[in-house]
Design a protein around this ligand. Structure first.
Ligand code: SAM
Length: 275
C-alpha cells in the first residue's frame, strides 16, 4: 500500500526511474508509503499559512505529504545532488511552493529564508540528527523562529529526548530538550517501513517550544548536566565536586546524597543558577 495523495507517480517507480540507490553514508532510509508520510505531516498540525523546513527530502515522500497537507511553502535542504531532478518534478506539480537548497543542513541559516511562521518536519538522516536537534533547541533567540519540530529519530534517541527522571534513558539530552520544549513521542515506525530497512525501530517526536522556559544560562546548565551524568551512578556531592559539590547542592536546596537521574529539570536549572 503506497497511498494516493497526489497525481505524481508512486515513489518506488520514481526511485527506480532515477536510479536513486540509497547511500548508507548519507543516512538514506527512504519512506515509500505516502499514507505514513501523510500521518507524519498531519502530526505537525495545521500547515496552511506556514513555511515548512524539511531536512533531507530525498526522493520526496514526506515533501509530497507536507505539500498535500496544505503548507504554503516548503524549504527543503538536501545534501545529495542525485535527488534534485526528482524534487524538481514535485516542484513542477506544486508551482512556487517548493524551494530546494542543495547543501548541508548543519550549515544553513533558516531564519533568513522565512516569509511566514515556520514549522520543521523531517525524517532526519541519523548521522546528523542529534546535532541538528541540539542546534534548534539551543537557538539563541527564544521563543525561536519555529513553532514546532516534528522529527523522526531512532527510537532510542526519541526515548532519550522524552525520558522522565529515574528512567535509564534520562540524561543530558532529556534535560536540554525538556527545559525549552514540551516533548512527546507521537508514534513508532518499524524498520520495514523504510527502504532499505534500518536495523532499529524509529519514532516520531514532537517538540513544542515553551514560551517562557525557566531562566538560566545554557552553558551552566550544560556544565552541570555533563558533570552529573558523566558519573551518573555517583552521588551528586561527588560528581558535582568540580562545580562546588555539597555547598552548591545546599544553595540549590537539593539533598547531597541524590544521584543525577533523580533530579527533575527544575532542579538542574536551580543548580545551574547557583554555579
Ligand atoms: N525524507 C526522505 C524520506 O523520508 O524518504 C529521506 C529521509 S533519509 C532518512 C535522510 C535524507 O537526508 C537523505 O535524503 C540524505 O541524502 C539527506 N541528508 C543526509 N545528510 C544531510 C545533511 N547533512 N544535510 C542535508 N541533507 C542530508
Amino acid at each position: 500500500m503506497s497511498g494516493q495523495i497526489d497525481t505524481l507517480p508512486p515513489l518506488r517507480e520514481v526511485v527506480e526511474r532515477h536510479e536513486l540507490m540509497a547511500k548508507k553514508a548519507l543516512g538514506q532510509n527512504f519512506l515509500f508509503d505516502l499514507n505514513l508520510t501523510s500521518r507524519i505531516a498531519r502530526q505537525a498540525g495545521n500547515l496552511e499559512g506556514y513555511d515548512v523546513i524539511e531536512i533531507g527530502p530525498g526522493p520526496g515522500g514526506l515533501t509530497r505529504a507536507i505539500l498535500a497537507n496544505g503548507a504554503s511553502r516548503v524549504i527543503a535542504v538536501e545534501r545529495d545532488p542525485r535527488c534534485l531532478p526528482v524534487l524538481a518534478e514535485i516542484s513542477e506539480h506544486y508551482p512556487n511552493k517548493l524551494d530546494v537548497i542543495e547543501g548541508d543542513a548543519l550549515k544553513v541559516d533558516y531564519k533568513k529564508m522565512l516569509q511566514r511562521p515556520a514549522k520543521i518536519i523531517a525524517n532526519l538522516p541519523y548521522n546528523v540528527a542529534t546535532p541538528l536537534l541540539i542546534g534548534w533547541v539551543l537557538n539563541e533567540e527564544w521563543p525561536p523562529y519555529f513553532e514546532s519540530l516534528t522529527l523522526m529519530f531512532q527510537k532510542e534517541v526519541a526515548e532519550r529526548i522524552c525520558a522522565k527522571p529515574r528512567s535509564k534513558s534520562y540524561g543530558r539530552l532529556s534535560i536540554i530538550c525538556q527545559w525549552r520544549c514540551e516533548t512527546n513521542i507521537a508514534f513508532e515506525v518499524g524498520p520495514q517501513a523504510f527502504y532499505p530497512p534500518p536495523k532499529v525501530t524509529s519514532a516520531i517526536v514532537t517538540l513544542i517550544p515553551r514560551e517562557k522556559p525557566l531562566e538560566c544560562d545554557v552553558n551552566k546548565l550544560e556544565r552541570v548536566t555533563q558533570a552529573a551524568f558523566g558519573q551518573r551512578r555517583k552521588m551528586l556531592r561527588s560528581s558535582l565536586k568540580p562545580l562546588g559539590g555539597a555547598a552548591l547542592l545546599k544553595k540549590a536546596g537539593i539533598e547531597e546524597t541524590k544521584r543525577a537521574e533523580e533530579l527533575n529539570v527544575e532542579e538542574f536549572v536551580a543548580l545551574a543558577r547557583e554555579i
